[in-house]
Design a protein. Structure first.
Length: 444
């Protein structure tokens, strides 16, 4: 396993063991205090019983107490003065009581340091009895308990830490496997995916999310590759044309008019190239999100009307009837440059694809909350199965159609992006053989 993973493993184990140690310590302390309390209560009950038994004998005794046959340690006071101490009391080395001790139970230490429990109380009106018992058996039991806890605690913690370390290792194993697999994934192997053992646990979810990201990356990468390939292909055609026109012109001995003619067609190819490069630039900037947007309220009717007038000359060249019905005063917050680009691309298509003599109508069709710009033509229409694809980059309905008639298939892709960047959408309706309607819908 990699160092990073094992450090997580180590940290997990340390945390787990520390928390467990605290819990076990607190638990042991509680057990110790509970057992101690229980043992002393029991011990005190015993000494109280013994006190009662000795008290009866002391009460009944005539005066010398020597006959009392109790192995207990006891001392008798009368009038504040100690008058008798049992043999065992004396042997225990308990301190001499200064005067009559107070009634009740307490612990005292002997001269040798042993602890004794004393129960004291009056017996008869003039007699006072003190009974003592060695606490050693209780403390022995408590020390045994402590010894067991001292010994068991570290062993339990060690076992728990070992178990935790092994368990953490097993739990984190999928991370290591994922890291190893992820390391192998590069631009050439974007189709590879991480193993998902259990899709319901956290690692499974992580792997699934990572795999989704890979899928998105893969399709973005493939789109980019297709785009680059298509772009190179489209660039090659006008470049080849330029080159061949130039080469042929150089080989021939031509008059000035013929040279002008060749230069004219070279310039035509150059402007086609320029348009293509500009379109590519727009799309590349759009993809990287670097095109600055400047949205402000604009009169849509005026904006579209200006575009129509700019392109009217193209329609006139083709004897088309281009009409515009555009009310003024419809304000929409938009980036004027981008919207104009979209309108020009759609209108340019309508003029390009509608046969000479056809009609093109530009109108505005608003609905509550939205503004709609419609370009209706009487062109060939678009086959139903291709209506979605025409917005793809480099997609053209008739691939083998002469280039003079159409562009390279970027116009609608740019229009779609420009409208969507303005928060709108493009819709297309078409009847094959009868014409198409392109509609730009913008939120007001
Ligand atoms: P192009 O540069 O080839 O015009 P576009 O992206 O603008 O590329 O259009 C994509 C394709 O959609 C065109 O090749 C054309 O076949 C079809 N198309 C676009 N507009 C129209 C229209 N008004 N009538 C018929 N077909 C159209």
């Amino acid at each position: 396993m990699k160092p990073s993973a094992s450090s997580v493993r180590l940290r997990l184990t340390l945390w787990y063991t520390s928390v467990l140690a605290l819990i076990v310590l607190a638990f042991s302390l509680a057990v110790f205090l509970f057992v101690k309390d229980r043992l002393f209560r029991q011990f005190d009950r015993g000494i109280t019983k013994e006190f009662a038994a000795v008290a009866i004998e002391v009460a009944e005794d005539a005066g010398d107490f020597g006959d009392i046959e109790s192995p207990s340690m006891f001392e008798v006071f009368r009038g504040g003065v100690s008058i008798f101490r049992s043999a065992s009391f004396r042997k225990a080395g308990l301190p001499e009581s200064p005067g009559v001790p107070t009634a009740g139970i307490r612990t005292v230490r002997s001269g040798g340091g042993e602890r004794f429990r004393l129960q004291a109380g009056p017996v008869k009106s003039d007699r006072f009895l003190v009974v003592a018992q060695d606490e050693e058996p209780v403390w022995n039991a408590l020390h045994t308990l402590l010894a067991i806890l001292y010994l068991a605690l570290p062993i339990a913690l060690l076992l728990a830490a070992l178990g935790g370390y092994v368990l953490a290792g097993r739990l984190l194993a999928p991370v290591g496997a994922m890291a190893r697999q992820a390391e192998k994934i590069g631009a050439e192997s974007l189709s590879e995916r991480l193993p998902v053992k259990n899709p319901d646990d956290e690692f499974g979810k992580l792997a699934a999310v990572f795999n989704q990201t890979l899928s998105r990356l893969q399709s973005a990468f493939e789109r980019l590759q297709r785009f680059t390939a298509d772009a190179s292909h489209e660039l090659r055609t006008p470049l080849a044309a330029l080159r061949s026109v130039g080469e042929v012109a150089l080989q021939e001995d031509l008059d000035v008019t013929a040279y002008r003619d060749r230069i004219g067609s070279m310039l035509e190819e150059t402007s086609r190239l320029t348009n293509l490069v500009e379109s590519l630039l727009v799309l590349t900037r759009a993809d990287s999100g670097r095109l600055p947007m400047n949205r402000k309220p604009a009169d849509i009717g005026a904006l579209v009307g200006k575009a129509v007038e700019d392109l009217r000359v193209l329609a006139e060249e083709r004897n088309q009837n281009l009409t515009a019905d555009l009310p003024a005063g419809v304000l929409v917050s938009t980036d004027e440059g981008l919207l104009r680009q979209a309108v020009v691309n759609i209108l340019d298509n309508a003029i390009k694809y509608t046969p000479p003599g056809g009609t093109i109508r530009v109108a505005m069709r608003g609905q509550p909350g939205v503004a709609g710009i419609e370009v209706v033509d009487s062109g060939p229409g678009i086959p139903a199965d291709q209506r979605d694809k025409i917005f793809d980059r480099f997609y053209r309905v008739e691939k083998d159609r002469p280039r003079d008639a159409g562009g390279v298939g970027l116009g609608l892709a740019i229009a779609k992006w420009a409208v969507e960047a303005n928060g709108g959408a493009i819709e297309v309706e078409s009847r094959e053989g009868q014409g198409s309607t392109f509609r730009i819908v913008l939120p007001k």
